[in-house]
Every structure is written in structure tokens, then in C-alpha cells.
Write a protein that binds this ligand. Structure first.
Ligand code: DP6
Length: 337
């Protein structure tokens, strides 16, 4: 009996793997693809991982299944999400030669309706756990390339800390790498959550629209300069330089969004109220800046020493539903199931 149990344990443990990954906030944005299918981006981007937020994903390889199954935050996922995961796992089946399907159980430790993109952490965690169960030995660069196939920004959630996603021009040359570890600079992202409806236009659709804006060309052509400024500001821990370049870059992305055909306007009145207050606080010498993704919520970034004050101030702004703070996070990693 003992012998049988031991075998069962070995069998089960070799067919299941669990990984944790953090979402990331882009400081220099990715908006628009050179290739939509493989998410080869129009420009390189820079991000930092958000260590206090995470997605935990278990993948169980099960030869009895007739399809992949996805459980998201304790409920079966909708058809679109199931299909996206199934197509992603097809890559691992093709690469490993193993045909079996998987049960994928994934949950986030942050509220789903908070407007924090979970696709980056979700696909980064899924990449690690799936590579393990399909027995593929992959280095961090290759894991990043594969995560990108699931969601562009997911490639930035594979390495730790402050990350540079080199756009490249094909699958091989497009991957993300860390250029400073999480403890390099104690920045805090205070996420001012605004609005509670799911965003009206997905980023998949948004990336397709980017090229319809007459401003996209100028944004892409000038990205290299901002990328250098941003990386240097982080490496020199120069907060005011970082503030300037990050706000310029997010405003450029939203200018592209607003001028796309059809236009995408993600901001709501409280979004602008937070932006204005951040500028006021900075003029009063508080070290703080904003950045905004494809949604109404505002990421307000400050130094750890000022985070309590920033959170308190943000909570007083009408329309801010809650503030979720996060420090800089590490790499995606496997954990015990
Ligand atoms: C505005 O990575 O979510 O957050 O590749 O279609 O999954 P897909 O898009 P996604 O796009 C992120 C867009 C952004 C900016 C950024 O994170 O760089």
C-alpha cells in the first residue's frame, strides 16, 4: 500500500506545477504591433513588476481530458478566455510532442474589477507552469518570448524588477530582460482605482487601431530617446527625470488612443482630477508622477518614504474607489503545488 501511494505521489507531482507571477506597470508604453499574431511590438518598452500583486496558476496535465479547462478566480472562465488559453497551450503541445490537455486553475490576489491588467501576470505564470508539466527546459529569454505569444506585456513579467522589452523584429529577437533588480530602487505604485465597469475596448483591439492615428508614427520615431532617458533615470535613481519622461510617454500613448479611428478615450473625470493633483503635489516638491494604461485608473508612483502620504491624499479625491499600493516585484517563479 505504501509503495502504491508513493508511486501515485510521483505520478501526480510530475503532472502538476504551480507558478506565481506579478503584473507589471509600463513606464514606457507598448501600443501597436508590427505583428498582431505574435505580439511583435511597434516599439520597445520599459516596466517594473508589481510585487505585492500576483497571479497564482496551477496547471494539471490530465490525459483523460478532451479539452483544456480554465478556472479563473474559482469559476469556469468564459469561452473567449478558454480559447485564448487553449491556443496558447497548443504551442507547448507542438513543442513537446505531448498531446494531453490541461486543467488550469488561476487566481489573482487583487480585485479583478480594479482595472489592473491581469493578462501579463496570468500568461507569465501559465508559461512557467506549462513549461514544467510539458517538461520543456527553457531559459528566461525563451520563457519571455513564449509568454509574449499569450499577451505582449506578459513577456515583461518573466524577469525580475525593472525590465526592458526589446521590440526586435521577429519571434527570436523580441523578448524582455531585467536591467535592475527589484531592490535597486524602492518605488511604490499607488494604484488609484477609478470606475468599476470592464474597459469597453480590449487592448488587443486597441493595438490594431494604433496605426490609424496620425500621431503613432511620431510616437514610434521618438520612442528610442524616451527609452534611453527612462533607463538612465532608473539607473541613476533620478526621480524628477523619470517623472518627466514617464508622464510624457503615457500622454503620447493616450494622444494616439484619442486620435485613433475609432477613437479610444479611457479617461473619466476622476482620472483627470488625479493627474492634476499629481502635478500640483509635484510643484509642492512631493516626488510623485502618474502613468495610465488602457483604462480609467491612474498609477501614481512615488518613493516608499512618501507612499503613506500619497495614498492618504489620493483617497480624498472624489471618484477614487480605492488605492492599491505595490512595491517593485521579482521574477515569475515556480512554487510547491
Ligand atoms: C496599455 O499586453 O495587454 O498596458 O498583447 O494584446 O495582450 P496584448 O496587449 P497587452 O497591452 C498592454 C498595453 C498597455 C501598455 C503596456 O503595458 O505597455
Amino acid at each position: 500500500f505504501l509503495f502504491f501511494n508513493y508511486n501515485l505521489f510521483v505520478m501526480v507531482s510530475s503532472c502538476s506545477a504551480t507558478a506565481i507571477a506579478h503584473p507589471n506597470i509600463a513606464l514606457i508604453k507598448y501600443w501597436g504591433n508590427r505583428d498582431d499574431a505574435t505580439h511583435i511590438p511597434a516599439n520597445s518598452s520599459i516596466s517594473m513588476n508589481l510585487g505585492d500583486l500576483s497571479t497564482r496558476t496551477q496547471v494539471i496535465l490530465d490525459s483523460d481530458l478532451e479539452n483544456d479547462q480554465l478556472i479563473l478566480n474559482n469559476s469556469p472562465a468564459n469561452d473567449a478566455a478558454q480559447l485564448r488559453v487553449q491556443q496558447f497551450l497548443d504551442y507547448f503541445r507542438a513543442k513537446s510532442g505531448k498531446k494531453a490537455y490541461c486543467r488550469v486553475i488561476s487566481s489573482n490576489n487583487f480585485p479583478t474589477a480594479a482595472g489592473i491588467a491581469s493578462s501579463a501576470s496570468a500568461f507569465a505564470a501559465l508559461t512557467l507552469a506549462a513549461a514544467k508539466v510539458y517538461q520543456l527546459e527553457l531559459d528566461q529569454r525563451e520563457l519571455s518570448r513564449i509568454a509574449r505569444l499569450g499577451s505582449g506585456s506578459a513577456c515583461r513579467s518573466i524577469p525580475p524588477g525593472f525590465v526592458y522589452w526589446q521590440a526586435g523584429n521577429d519571434h527570436q529577437s523580441s523578448y524582455a530582460e531585467s536591467f535592475a533588480p527589484p531592490e535597486y530602487w524602492d518605488l511604490v505604485d499607488c494604484i488609484a482605482v477609478i470606475g468599476d465597469t470592464p474597459k469597453t475596448t480590449s487592448s488587443i483591439e486597441g493595438h490594431r487601431l494604433a496605426a490609424t492615428s496620425p500621431l503613432q508614427k511620431a510616437r514610434i520615431e521618438t520612442a528610442e530617446c524616451r527609452l534611453n532617458q527612462c533607463r538612465n533615470a532608473i539607473l541613476e535613481r533620478n526621480f524628477s527625470e523619470l517623472a518627466k519622461v514617464v508622464e510624457l510617454d503615457t500622454n503620447l500613448m493616450h494622444a494616439v488612443m484619442i486620435t485613433s479611428q475609432t477613437p479610444l478615450l479611457y479617461w473619466q473625470p476622476p482620472t483627470i482630477a488625479v493627474m492634476q493633483q499629481v502635478l500640483n503635489w509635484r510643484s509642492e516638491k512631493l516626488s510623485v508622477f502618474y502613468t495610465i494604461d488602457a483604462g480609467a485608473s491612474v498609477h501614481v508612483i512615488c518613493l516608499q518614504k512618501d507612499s503613506e502620504e500619497v495614498i492618504k491624499k489620493l483617497k480624498l479625491i472624489e471618484g477614487v474607489r480605492m488605492v492599491i499600493p505595490s512595491g517593485v516585484g521579482g521574477a515569475a517563479h515556480l512554487v510547491e503545488s
